[in-house]
Design a protein around this ligand. Structure first.
Ligand code: ADP
Ligand code: F6P
Length: 527
């Protein structure tokens, strides 16, 4: 097993993300804990378990305060603490402005090139700046508390301003940043008012290393810097930017999953029994079972997928009763109108398809409209003959990799959108364009008609490929690159990285007097 921590060389990781890895919710039967759905948490929790350290994130659960100490800290995973979670509290207006507002109504659609959903409000942008400064301060506090030299790892588009802000008062700290979604070309950034794109890029250039999923996203970032920051020097070939007397490196690091863990769960007796029951119910006698798994998000191409399925059952009546789709679709960002509209549209489209083609004995689409636990998910992936991933744009798409990892019987076909990062690293999928309903339908049909030997050949090849690039390989390559940069390879001879510290944002000095013996506590032993 790869020892991912060796490149840390005694340093302690402080990870920052908006979404927390464990959320406590108050229910009628007491407090329960859950892992919020999403690629970021799925990928980073297994890595943090191996590296320990501290994860700083928004405490979004209704029972989060009761389950943390007075500063917001607790040990996680709750039943087997391996690292510290430091929760940061946001009020309603913070969430509306920073998370729902600038991050998810401006940056998210803009980065996914789906600008019909783009909305900019000056007060959202101001809130985003303010909250980024608050999180930078929380990270700084944690950096003073941990033993060992801290290494800060920022995640995603929620915190574009944190690196530069943190560097203002911790100039020597090593900061790197993984951008989980696509990075757009300059034309997209032009939708933001003057000064905003520049501020975002300067914020990101506070990093020592910027990590994207693909070379294309690195290239887009460099083009944006060329276009918006004339004082920065872009060295495209070495993928570096020199700015403000510092050098910032860039790299493509395609994210992955804990392949062994998915495989293990898919192979348990429980999954075996569940998968057999699913096949008995939906796929006996040469019938076929398909699956899709997503948050209900307009980037995932769910209506496009439903249109392709509709067309398939329309054009190929012989498939009615012989091909069933399990659609796992969990509500997401439900406070936002485009997400509410999408959810209503998806539910209506599923109902219509089921009414149009369904019979007393057969329901074409089985909708699971909720968060599904890992064991059930693995069993569904294992049982399925095909998995449909139809993102209109996606940084990586981990569902594609989860399906491959769980296909221990090697009979399933992955039908995958060309517009996912996964399509650039998985060779034997059936690639489709989700905007082209005809091509999408043909792709599903091709998967259904594919001979068993060909399915097995493709799945085996994908599984071999996936085993060579797991989440731990991803983590190791990032940490190795950080170590190289820290060893001095990043500092160009004419560039001085260190700058004098200045006071923390909002005039508040960070709390240097945090008690290092104040260990995190787990208070809810009965959970
Ligand atoms: P994103 O990060 O945009 O949500 P990804 O495909 O990269 O997209 O990751 C989604 C993650 O969320 C996967 O790990 C997937 O298993 C999980 N997920 C999505 N929908 C559900 C659901 N209904 N129940 C449980 N997990 C889900
Ligand atoms: O992977 C992209 C991402 O935005 C993550 O940052 C996030 O955790 C996930 O999708 C789910 O979205 P949210 O955290 O807004 O529910």
């Amino acid at each position: 097993m790869t020892d991912v921590t060796r490149h840390l060389d005694g340093r302690t990781l402080i990870l920052l993300s908006n979404r927390e890895p464990y959320e406590h919710l108050a229910g009628t039967e007491g407090i329960h804990v859950r892992q919020p759905p999403g690629g970021l948490v799925s990928a980073l929790d297994p890595t943090m378990r191996r590296t320990s350290g501290t994860w700083v994130a928004w405490g979004s659960g209704s029972a989060d305060r009761e389950t943390a100490d007075e500063v917001g800290r607790l040990g996680v995973p709750p039943f087997e603490p391996a690292y510290t979670l430091r929760r940061v509290w946001l009020d309603e207006s913070d969430i509306a402005g920073y998370y729902l507002g600038f991050a998810n109504s401006a940056l998210w659609p803009l980065c996914h090139l789906l600008i019909q959903h783009f909305e900019f409000h000056r007060e959202h942008w101001e809130c985003y700046q303010h909250i980024n400064a608050r999180f930078a301060k929380a990270v700084y506090e944690e950096s003073l508390r941990v033993t060992g030299t801290p290494q800060v790892w920022v995640q995603d588009y929620h915190f574009a301003l944190v690196p530069a802000e943190l560097r203002r008062f911790a100039p020597d700290i090593f900061i790197h940043h993984f951008w989980h979604i696509p990075f757009p070309p300059p034309d997209m950034l032009r939708l933001l008012p003057p000064g905003v794109s520049e501020a975002l890029l300067r914020g990101l250039l506070g990093n020592d290393l910027l990590e994207f999923h693909t070379e294309r996203h690195c290239h887009n970032f460099l083009n944006c810097v060329r276009e918006f920051l004339p004082d920065a020097q872009v060295r495209g070939e070495s993928r570096r930017v020199a700015v403000d007397g510092r050098s910032v490196s860039l790299g493509a690091f395609p994210i992955s999953i804990d392949v062994d863990a998915f495989e293990r769960i898919a192979l348990t007796e429980e999954s075996d029994a569940r998968a057999s029951a699913l096949r008995q119910r939906y796929a006996r006698g040469g019938r076929a079972l398909g699956v899709s798994v997503d948050r209900i998000d307009y980037t995932k191409g769910i209506p496009e997928r439903l249109r392709a399925l509709d067309r398939l059952w329309h054009e190929s009546p012989e498939l009615r009763g012989r091909f069933t789709m399990i659609v796992v679709a969990t509500p997401s960002r439900t406070e936002l109108v485009p997400y509410q509209t999408l959810e209503a549209d998806v539910l209506a489209a599923v109902r219509e398809i089921n009414e149009r083609y369904g019979t007393d004995e057969w329901e074409p689409i089985v909708l699971i409209h909720e968060n599904v636990h890992a064991e059930l998910l693995a069993a569904i992936y294992r049982a399925a003959d095909l998995c449909l991933v139809s993102s209109l744009q996606d940084g990586m798409n981990l569902v594609a990799k989860e399906f491959v990892a769980s296909q221990v019987d090697e009979h399933g076909v992955l039908v995958l959108s060309r517009f996912t990062g996964a399509a650039e690293g998985i060779d034997e999928a059936v690639l489709i364009n989700p905007f082209n309903v005809g091509e999408f339908t043909d792709g599903i049909r091709a998967a259904l008609e594919m001979p068993a030997s060909e399915r097995q050949r493709r799945m085996r090849a994908m599984r071999t490929q996936l085993h060579r690039s797991t989440i731990f390989d991803w983590l190791e390559s990032i940490l190795a690159r950080c170590a190289e940069l820290m060893d001095g390879n990043c500092v160009e001879p004419d560039v001085e990285r260190r700058r004098p510290p200045v006071a923390v944002a909002d005039g508040a000095e960070p709390n240097a007097a945090l008690d290092p013996t104040d260990r995190p506590q787990w208070r809810d032993a009965h959970l």
